[in-house]
Every structure is written in C-alpha cells, then in structure tokens.
Design a protein. Sequence first.
Length: 328
Amino acid sequence: MIWVAYQNGINPNGTPGTQYGPTQSTVAGYDHITGSLVRTINVSGKVDGLTADPATGKLIATVNEDANSAVNLVDPETGSVTTYTYSPSPEVSGNGGTDSIAVRGDHIYLAHSNPSDTTQATDYAVHFDSHTLTAELTPVFFDNNWATDALTGATVQLALTDPDTNFIMPWSGERFAGDLATISQGDGKIIFASHLHATPKLWVLNVTDNVTGNAPPLDGLAVATSNDGTLYVVDAKAGSIQALDTIGWAKGTVFVGEPSDNGNPLIGALNLYTGVITPLANHFLSPKGLLFVPEHHGSDPDHPSDGSRDGSVSHAMQTILARIGRLI
C-alpha cells in the first residue's frame, strides 16, 4: 500500500485549526494498483513526517513540527499507535519540533523543524526505548555548522532557518551517494551529510528554478533508482496522489517538488552539479511528497530483493510501507 497523512487542518503545534476542530490526523493506506482506500488510522496531532521502518514493518509518524512535537510507531496491520516522548525536547523557547524521517540501516534520522535560532540541531538520530516510551535524540549536525559550497568549493558557515525534508541518497548515485540530504525549505538549500557516525562532512547546494531570484521552497525529494519506475506525487492543494511513469528519465535522476508557497508549483529534475531545477511538464497545484518505486529491482543495490536494511527499502516493502507525503 501507499501511505499518506491527512492533516485535517490541525495547526503545526497540534492545536485545532478551528474552534472544536479535529485534533487527530488521518493516516491512510491506498492500494498502489487500484488507488482504492484500504485502511485509515487516527494519530493525535498534525502528522508531518511519515515513513516506514522495513525491519519492523511499522510506520513512523512525527507530529507537530513547530512545537509540542512527538513521534509515533504505527502498526499498519492492527492500527495500534504507540506515542514516544522526546528526550531531550527539540523545543527551545517555545519553538522547535520534528518533521521528515529518513532510515538507513539501523539508524533513523529526524529533521529538526522550526528551530528557535541557528545554533540548533538540523537533524537528530533517534533511538526508541520501548520500556520508557522515550525517543532519545542525538544531534547529527547543527544549523550553524561549516560546510563546503557544492558549486564553488568554498568553505561557508551555514545559517539554516527551516530544516524540513530529509532523505537518504541512494548508493548508486553519481554525487552525494549514501549521504543524508536535508532540505532547508525557506532558505532554498540542500545540505548533504556524510560520515554521520563521526564528525559529519557537510556540503551545501544552493538551488535555483525557472524564476529569477526565487529561493525554491522545496518540500519533496526522490531519486530514480532504475531506468523505469513510478514517481508518486502528493498534490496537497488538489487533494490527490498522482503516479507518473518515469520512462525516459535515467537512473540517478533527482526529482524535487516545489509547493505553491512562492507561486511557482512544480515537479522538476535537479542537477546536483549546478543546483538548477528543470521543470517537468507540470499541472500540479502544490506538490509536496515524492516517492520513486522502481519497476524492476532484481540485483539493484538500492533495492535488495531480501528487504535488508542497507539504506533503502526493497520494491516489495515500498509498495506496502511507503513515505509519500501529507495532505492538508
């Protein structure tokens, strides 16, 4: 199934968007072939990050990206939801939560959203203590760390204000293979981090699109891991999930989604060497979540047939447990 989250108008701190409005998001599973709704599961708060842990078969859902944040493990078979409290809290001076989730091997990374200032962590590694129901957070790197400019090679100090989407780059990629990619949405930047278990090595890519002077507010990232497959796109404003045949787009193509925040909604292909986004033929109102599923995985190292946790999810697991995005 393909899993998405409906946020039901809830505010980013978990309070109702309207008086007496909903306080629970709806996590919904759709048949990836027919598009039929198969199951819904209620999760307290505004779900903004949704992904799968292929080792446990559970969905991971973060809630309330601005404040009052928590993380949930969701059993897609039984519908049970287990909520974990963060330690330490990602909230500082009333600001800070968690958003997107990336899984590589035995490691799970959470984007730290809405930071109170640029001294805060950009991403956390999380460990789930099932006895205390505590999600223990360890910073991976910080919003003001030094990085190498991916275009010029210069050393620059980051000043990130809006970490949002994270993603593990496939090992088969030409550049930044295996890195943790984190989009700082309001800054128009992508940070690529390697050596995550020591002192991370950081690269920063400034992105541009087809509008001069625009800092593209990216809110979705996916990479084609085969020469043929399907790119699933959540269009939040249209209230739809669209499946795009990617034949003609080579393995390694980096797809990004740009919602309507700056009045330029699009799905495009990102050049990792120039930072330039080339729009596809677009008819999207506000695309947010992306997921690429290869047509054939076979011996593809990014999609092992045994479903092992090597930094990616096998094709079979992707069609059952997938992060694709959220609908307002």
